[in-house]
Design a protein around this ligand. Sequence first.
Ligand SMILES: [Zn+2]
Length: 474
Amino acid sequence: MKNTDRVWDLVDSRREDYIGLSDRVFDLPEIAYTEFKSVAEHKKMLEQEGFRITEGVAGIPTAIVGEAGDEGPVIAILGEFDALPELGQVAGIAEHQPVEAGGPGHGCGHNLLGSAALMAASAVKDYLAERGLKGRVRYYGCPAEEGGAAKTFMVRAGLFDDVDAAISWHPATFTGVNEAKSLANTRIDFTFHGRAAHAAGAPELGRSALDAIELMNVGVNYMREHMPDDARVHYAYLDAGGIAPNVVQSKATVRQLVRARNLKELRDLIGRVHKIAEGAALMTETTVESSVVSGVSNLLGNRPLEESMQRNLDRLGAPDFDETDRIFANKIRETLSEDNIHVSFRRIGAEVDPDLALCDFVAPLDRKSEGGEGSTDVGDVSWAVPTVQARVATCAVGTPFHTWQLTAQGKAPAAHKGMVQAAKIMAGTAVDLFEDTGVLNQAVDAHKATLAKDPYACPIPEEVAPPLKAMSNQ
Ligand SMILES: [Zn+2]
């Protein structure tokens, strides 16, 4: 028996309390930077557990940090609790039924994510105290993962400067160490200024900001053929210049979301997007200004931490789903396409098993996965300190994230089982680092070696503040 077994008991003893926390956060879904009720729930739990609490960190009212222990290494456990717009859904049913029309919902499982992270930090806190170990565990309650890049701002504010390693997880359709594959991204708003005029009476006097945006998008479309394979550019009109077609639009704004495999490719691509914007302004005799809204870096892997987490995963195994869990998972699967299910398997490099409703195995560390990747603000933490994340099965194989099907499973017994298992994996990994500083030192050395080759530059300029209003207004 390894010492981590004791920390797993400390996780199990909290099971009901933290399932309660996750379910309460599920029931009050709040989107990026508006998570006031959700963070209040987390604060209550931090108080109950006896953490030293700092609220409103990095100038973000809904960001919170709780610390326990003394001296020694500092291990951060990262939690999230933000929901997504429009993904409100009645839990526990396999048909689309919003709680209220257009309301937000936990379509990415962050109710589970935050709860398991705080649960793990609490178990580690008690373990350190019981064993008299020197070391501090810190819970980072991070808002606005969905598009708000709060962790990037938290890194920029120096909140990770004295941290030795960071651990997190994400709900998933399978269980394994998370591969460090995610795209760096930046959201930039381009606002064009032209000249209003009567569109029929004096069109020659008008200079259209809307035309400029349309030409900019054409330019970006042509650029797409000549970008690195993994790069992506998406856009959304924030202001199309009004609703009157008979007025030449004097002002219009488009948000461009640029993604690339790493920070260098991202910077290069952003430079090209700026040139296209200037070209569009030149063609239309408008002017353009731009502002960065948010940005995140790609994830950096850390082999010593990944091996340490894999050892915990191999000893714990996959969550112990039962027949009732599988019956509900199969009902959800009836609403999915065959493609959804195939993609799930491709992502973990496993053979398609059409009968597998819930993942019952631990994926190996060096799997051959395929498929596209999104972005996460955990990326910036991974550039600041050695970082590792687990993926733990909480939902039916094939469930796409950011869908009502994912929300529908957010309070299911299978989700709760995955959440508790995730807490155990994170707590076990943290305890192993406190007890074997050799692994921690290797992790720090590996991180230093990576940064020596490729230094970090925050993708968000110093003058840009967290988009507290810009996000919540949308
Ligand atoms: Zn997520």
